[in-house]
Write a protein that binds this ligand. Sequence first.
Ligand code: NFS
Ligand code: SF4
Length: 626
Amino acid sequence: REFYEQASIDPTVLPLLEKADREGVETAWHRYLKQQPQCGFGLLGVCCRNCNMGPCRIDPFGYGPDKGICGADADTIVARNLMRALAAGAAAHSDHARDIVEVFRGIVDGWAKDYKIADEQKLLGIARALGVKTDGKSIMEVAKEVVEIAEMEFGKPDNSPLRFLNAYAPERRKELWRKLGITPRAIDREVTEIMHRTHMGVDADPLNLIAQGLRAALADGWSGSMMATLFSDVMFGTPKPIKVWANLGVLREDSVNVMVHGHNPLLSMQIAEVAKDPEMVELAKSVGAEGINVVGMCCTGNEVLMRLGIPIAGNFLQQELAIITGALEAVIVDYQCIMPALVDVASCYHTKIITTEPKTKIPGAIHIEFDKANARESAKKILKVAVENFKNRVKERVFIPKEKMEAVVGFSVEAILSALGGSLEPLADALKSGKIKGIAGVVGCTNPKVRHDSSHVAITKELIANDILVVGTGCWAIAMSKHGFFKPEAAEMAGPGLREVCKALGIPPALHMGSCVDCSRMLIALAALADHLGVDISDLPAAGSAPEWYSEKAVSIGSYFVASGLLVHLGTIPQVLGSKRVVELLTKDAESLVGGKFFVETDPVKAARVMIEHIREKRRKLGWPE
Ligand code: NFS
Ligand code: SF4
């Protein structure tokens, strides 16, 4: 019971954990308990399974082996393990981008008939940034040239820099990366090179390994994730401020509840659209429901939240709870952050778990492949399974928490610029005068190692109270939506300077910039701000944080922010403490190389103070009042 109370600060969690308990259902929190104590070797990162002479592990206390069978020491093993995690994260983001680019190609070639170019201005902007001539060309001709460049980003064979990175990163940064030899060439190539280098008997030098990791991370941030964002905006529209509802209270007793979960908007946007189709609404009525209530979970939830105002049911650790309400007809997933446990939880209720991607199958789930060439029909077919399942709902077992919160979301770079009146000048002035002291990007997951949402809330509170504008994405942004930080009234929680600016612009003190691939929006904003001020990104009074991160994708995100010049806080301890050398590289030496570095602090308020001090220091160096 005490454990349940400590699980989360979100009021929907405790009653649903208790319901789970009564009904004999396990959640990630239960399984987390069962995993205690977690393996010390694993926690320190000193276990290696990279070859079949092993597995090997290093004794962190110095009594047992200090080398693996091949002779790899703790520094090599820890660095290799971390780089493999980073590679997986970069691969996940960028493979998501590949799927988007593929459908964009389908628009150009004509087979993706249910997708369109929704934002021509955005596409023209991308073309211009890439140096593609647009004069006198039709939009499809432009699209064709742009998609050719995009496709080549994944595997272009030459050593020139990635084209999107080249187009969007500031000159000083590019020069620095060139000097360090970490300019990424092609996304797949940098990921593959990590897999190669971490094979037994290749790269044993922690610095060299981490340098390649940063290179892959840059490929993710400035090209892979960035393309996912840019082309999603082109195909589905660039987000604008919109009022939405967040938390499990968005489920409805009277409707078919369908949760889209995963990451790629290709599927979730179609589901959200076809749910409005009269044929589908009729079908819902015929089974006794008022209609179809599509809600989101995790980052694909953010995608449809930002663009269509589809309510969001919660963040990562709430995915099982949504099923435990007993009110969910189906969870429709694509990929990433989908707990295989959903199938076990769903087996205790009527909920159907529907997988849709050939690369994501879960034993026990229903698999209906989503056909992007016939997206609308395919989405209908999937949705019908959900609607027809309404009759199996057991009314007596339904408990929908009442909590839901209003939020204003949708702050793309374009939306922020337009809130500022079209130019960065007002933001730059507010920063220079000290009304806004700095900018913090807070991102990332939730993790049972941290009281759910508590670090997100605590760190954001502390930052905005100190006049630091917070922007962010992912499950942080969902947490903020739920806890009231995205209401314009939240400006009251901000320090006097930030409050004044927020009130004048009618914006909240923390801004929802989208899903995790949309961290690339922050890169674009940072680059624009740095250029506007005539400084490097590493000179800006800015910092990043992932207070409750769990995912390998977060390793990649944190690393591209560090490589782009930011101080980045990690609120859960990465599995690297088994190597002093790696810790030093990440938390000290990185700064003299790329201008950014990591720091680890599990106390969110202390972490905020470190970020605030860092921002002060940067202001001092710029000669701005502290
Ligand atoms: Ni980001 Fe999104 Fe959430 Fe973490 Fe998972 S949903 S891509 S990885 S858990 S923030
Ligand atoms: Fe052991 Fe070396 Fe093989 Fe790793 S690569 S399992 S340390 S022998």
